[in-house]
Write a new protein. Structure first.
Length: 325
């Protein structure tokens, strides 16, 4: 069951964090090859523990479902990626929505020809935000490189050519990424002729545009279900899988939204898949996106996103887990 936060604080107060945080249905299975290097072991989120509301049914710029979301942890904004209204899936046209921590819509930016939007990162850049996001979409609507894009409100930007963007792994054909703001790392999910793989870099590799050898690089383990997002916290990666279901009190069961943790030092599943019932009473409930955030009080949180609401008026709903073991 989803429960409201235990402390009588505002959502903004619950989310605020220090700037210096310490330093597709796709087959995701349990056997995977070992990672190529070691990252210091950390705590992980206990996925069996309850989830809590950040917000429910918040309006976005367009009517289509969200794909993913990311926090600018210094400037205190949340960015939600949706597909562009009126654009076919293969076009890779995205709308980036800027929200405050209460889920109030502020502005949008259109990104044409960028990709599917399964995951992206929002890096603080002075008083603004630099989005690291897939770009140069292929015929399937997925990005073939990564690009740093300065968020600029109420504008439209065409994708840079793949040759003008970044490919940390030269042999990869598709890329997405997500940031760990606590341990200051970037995780990259990429596609090769042999399947999906995962690489983790120091965040400095992206801010300096000098990638070098990743800290770890391993074959993505197989986890059944439709892949809907991923995130990194310390030495563990988290996968979100599942499909839409009514979630409106109709006799449809508990849905099939699962979260799984993976040890990035071994490339194998640590916990899960664990069923989550966060937002189980919402109308329409499609899992869409994971992200990490740490509050000013030092509490790390794993956020889980859902596209909710009625067709033609989809909304954003976001929940979190905060129990570490």
């Amino acid at each position: 069951m989803t429960r409201t936060p235990r402390l009588p604080l505002t959502r903004r107060g619950l989310l605020r964090t220090g700037a210096g945080a310490s330093l597709a249905a796709l087959g995701l299975g349990v056997g995977a090859q070992s990672a190529s290097a070691d990252v210091a072991a950390t705590q992980r989120f206990d996925l069996t523990q309850p989830s809590y509301d950040l917000f429910r049914d918040k309006d976005l710029h367009g009517p289509r479902v969200q794909q993913s979301f990311a926090f600018d942890w210094v400037n205190k904004f949340l960015f939600v990626a949706t597909k562009r209204d009126g654009s076919p899936e293969s076009a890779g046209d995205l709308c980036i929505n800027k929200l405050d921590f209460d889920g109030n819509y502020i502005s949008y930016m259109h990104l044409n020809g960028f990709g599917h939007g399964v995951a992206f990162a929002a890096l603080p850049d002075g008083s603004g935000t630099e989005l690291w996001i897939e770009c140069a979409t292929n015929t399937g609507g997925y990005g073939t490189a990564l690009a740093p894009i300065r968020y600029t409100a109420n504008t439209t930007l065409g994708s840079p050519a793949g040759s003008a963007a970044y490919r940390p792994i030269a042999a990869a054909s598709e890329y997405t990424c997500s940031v760990d703001p606590v341990y200051q790392r970037m995780i990259v999910r990429y596609h090769t002729s042999a399947g999906k793989r995962i690489a983790v870099y120091p965040l400095s590799a992206f801010t300096s545009r000098s990638f070098g050898t990743p800290l770890v690089d391993f074959k993505q383990p197989t986890i059944s279900g439709t892949a809907q997002g991923y995130a990194l916290y310390g030495s563990y990666m988290y996968f979100l899988t599942g499909d839409a279901y009514p979630g409106d009190g109709t006799p449809s069961g508990d849905g099939n939204t699962y979260v799984t943790s993976v040890d990035i030092n071994t490339g194998t599943v640590k916990q899960g898949p664990v069923l989550t019932k966060a937002g189980s009473t919402l109308h329409h409930r499609e899992p869409e996106g994971l992200a990490i955030y740490r509050t000013d009080a030092g509490e790390a949180r794993l956020f889980i996103g859902f596209a909710t609401g009625f067709e033609g008026d989809r909304r954003s709903s976001i929940f979190y887990k905060n129990d570490l073991i």
